[in-house]
Design a protein around this ligand. Structure first.
Ligand SMILES: [Fe+2]
Ligand SMILES: [Fe+2]
Length: 193
């Protein structure tokens, strides 16, 4: 019988692409939230809190941490310049994402104390637009370049990304499963409103 070798390989950026798929689900939940708010539907605090938890801890801390502490330095070591290229641009866009998250946190407080949704709707729309564009730039450009440039470093990069994810989530006592379930919960809860 012919011996079958295990020859399938995942891309070096596979773990980051999986994060993007989860973040995109939250982006969809935010779009639904904006529509509901525009229709005058009240969004309960627990749903808003879960959205902020995900954006702050999963997207900004965990996912951006994996890119900034592992992917970007590895790309630099393998010849991609830090300044004036896609790495500098992505770092700048992470800063904008953080600022937009802070705006949502503030406008959520306003919404919960006054019931006025206007600022929250605007901040959600800005966040959705910026993050959607950022994810597609990474998926279609940076990660494509990274998969080529780092093709022979797949295992080392994957291990590194896994370790950073574990340590980021351990530091806040959460798991990846927790954030996967959270996104499902937000979506299911919105469908019931
Ligand atoms: Fe990024
Ligand atoms: Fe990303």
């Amino acid at each position: 019988m012919k011996h079958l070798t295990k020859s399938y390989l995942v891309n070096p950026t596979e773990s980051l692409r999986k994060d993007h798929a989860l973040i995109e689900k939250m982006i969809n939940a935010l779009k639904i939230m904006s529509t509901l708010l525009q229709k005058g539907t009240t969004i309960p605090k627990p749903i808003l809190d879960q959205t902020i938890d995900f954006s702050t801890n999963f997207t900004n801390q965990c996912h951006h941490g994996k890119e900034e502490e592992s992917l970007f330095p590895t790309l630099e070591k393998n010849g991609m310049p830090k300044e004036g290229g896609p790495i500098a641009r992505m770092l700048f866009e992470h800063e904008i994402t953080k600022n937009l998250t802070n705006s949502i946190i503030k406008s959520t407080e306003v919404y919960l104390s006054t019931g006025q949704p206007r600022a929250l709707i605007e901040d959600i729309e800005k966040y959705v637009e910026h993050v959607s564009l950022h994810l597609s730039k990474e998926n279609q450009r940076l990660f494509v370049m990274a998969d080529m440039l780092l093709a022979d470093k797949q295992e080392a990069l994957s291990n590194d990304l896994t370790n950073i994810e574990q340590s980021k989530l351990n530091s806040i006592n959460k798991t990846r499963r927790y954030y996967e379930d959270l996104v499902e919960n937000v979506t299911i809860s919105e469908n019931k409103l």
